[in-house]
Design a protein around this ligand. Structure first.
Ligand SMILES: NC(=O)c1ccc[n+]([C@@H]2O[C@H](COP(=O)([O-])OP(=O)(O)OC[C@H]3O[C@@H](n4cnc5c(N)ncnc54)[C@H](O)[C@@H]3O)[C@@H](O)[C@H]2O)c1
Length: 352
């Protein structure tokens, strides 16, 4: 991946990646129909005009060797603490698996050496872990961003503006379906995306699991938000299509499908003779399209320099995790209605 020439006078941040597997360095090797590259963390820091990839860390020697060859960097370490000490990165990505996130984020924040952490999703395996990650970052003034990259997606950002401009009236209903179940490893993306449009907190949740014995089951989930918005999610294993999402308001709706490759905007037909029918509108094309990962790094740098939370903050990611945990609590109580905040902060959901 050829780096864009850094032809500006702005500060360039030293960036490093812990976890040199799929998301850390390999994700751009495969071609995903609807993913705008760069997608891998290392390639994103190479491509972004305000970051320089300076180091990496992985426990596995073959992954370190692979990184060395890909990026021509010798600053590759088995122990991430040694990497922090010697290479002093300001921005650190954590692309290890969910169960390892807390055990890396907390010491990286406590090192006092970094300005920002860009952690993969799902945020953690329990709310206790998520609380500890947030607390460590807050105590050491480290910006924490979690890779729910739909927050950096050009279309969803355009939807937020369209909705703010009254393009579908007041949002009342959200619905989504996806294949292959996985309320945790997939749901974390989609519930966080729902929260971009629901506006406030979920008030309660109810769930039915279609494949309860699996490590990361799916099924049917219902959430009601404190502003009255409802979210219905169905990822029962007989759903065969890729992610589809609808945001329905009082005067229109937005629909995205084909794994987010296509989208539509419908509004109420104001003409008298329409008898309440809705018409399909031409979606706006007035927005820049770039890799969501590059936009997420824009957000991270903006958060560092403006001293504020990025849109895909640790707090937002913890809410998505809390929604997942709520579904497990509800399923264990035969689909009972579970109210937020969730009290069982030890409950662990180990997914991918
Ligand atoms: N955002 C997305 O679209 C997306 C897509 C796929 C996966 N993911 C998430 O990315 C994360 C990683 O998934 P993956 O497929 O890249 O996993 P992977 O197993 O390919 O890579 C993880 C790497 O982390 C390394 N690692 C673990 N603990 C470490 C430590 N303490 N120090 C250094 N290295 C360590 C492992 O050795 C491994 O090489 C998961 O949480 C997954 O859910 C996100």
């Amino acid at each position: 991946m050829t780096p864009m020439k850094k032809i500006h006078s702005k500060k360039v941040y030293r960036a490093a990646v812990i976890g040199l597997g799929g998301m850390g360095q390999r994700a751009d090797d495969a071609y995903y129909m609807t993913v705008i590259q760069p997608y891998a963390h290392a390639n994103t820091y190479v491509a972004h005009p305000r970051t320089e990839l300076v180091a990496g860390s992985d426990k596995m020697p073959d992954r370190r060797e692979e990184f060395r060859k890909r990026h021509g960097l010798d600053a590759v370490y088995e122990d991430f603490r040694e990497m922090l000490e010697k290479e002093r990165p300001e921005i650190v990505s954590i692309a290890a698996r969910q169960v390892d996130h807390a055990s890396i984020v907390v010491p990286v924040a406590e090192s006092g050496l970094v300005k920002a952490i860009y952690c993969e999703k799902p945020m953690a395996a329990s709310l206790t872990e998520a609380d500890a990650m947030l607390e460590a970052c807050r105590r050491h003034h480290v910006v924490l961003q979690v890779n729910h990259q739909r927050r950096g997606d050009s279309v969803y950002r355009r939807w937020q503006k369209l909705i703010a401009d009254g393009g579908i009236g007041t949002v009342h209903h959200l619905s989504m379906r996806w294949s292959r179940g996985r309320f945790c490893t997939a749901g974390t993306h989609y519930f966080d995306c729902a929260n971009m449009f629901a506006g406030l907190q979920p008030e309660w949740a109810q769930a039915w699991f279609g494949n309860p014995v699996d490590a990361d089951p799916g099924g049917l989930a219902l959430f009601r938000y404190s502003n009255g918005v409802r979210l219905i999610a169905d990822c029962t294993l007989d759903i065969s299509h890729l992610f589809e999402f609808q945001v329905v308001g009082s005067k229109g709706k937005l629909v995205r499908y084909n794994c987010e490759g296509d989208w539509e905007w419908w509004t109420a037909d104001e003409r008298k003779e329409s008898q309440g029918t809705w018409v399909r509108r031409q979606p706006p094309v007035d927005y820049p399209v770039q890799s969501p990962m590059l936009t997420m790094v824009d957000d991270l740098i903006d958060a560092i320099e403006a001293g504020r939370e990025p849109p895909s903050s640790g707090d937002a990611a913890r809410k998505a995790l809390e929604m997942i945990i709520a579904l497990h609590v509800s399923n264990r109580q035969d689909g009972a209605r579970v109210r937020f905040p969730i009290t069982d902060r030890q409950l662990r959901i180990e997914s991918y």
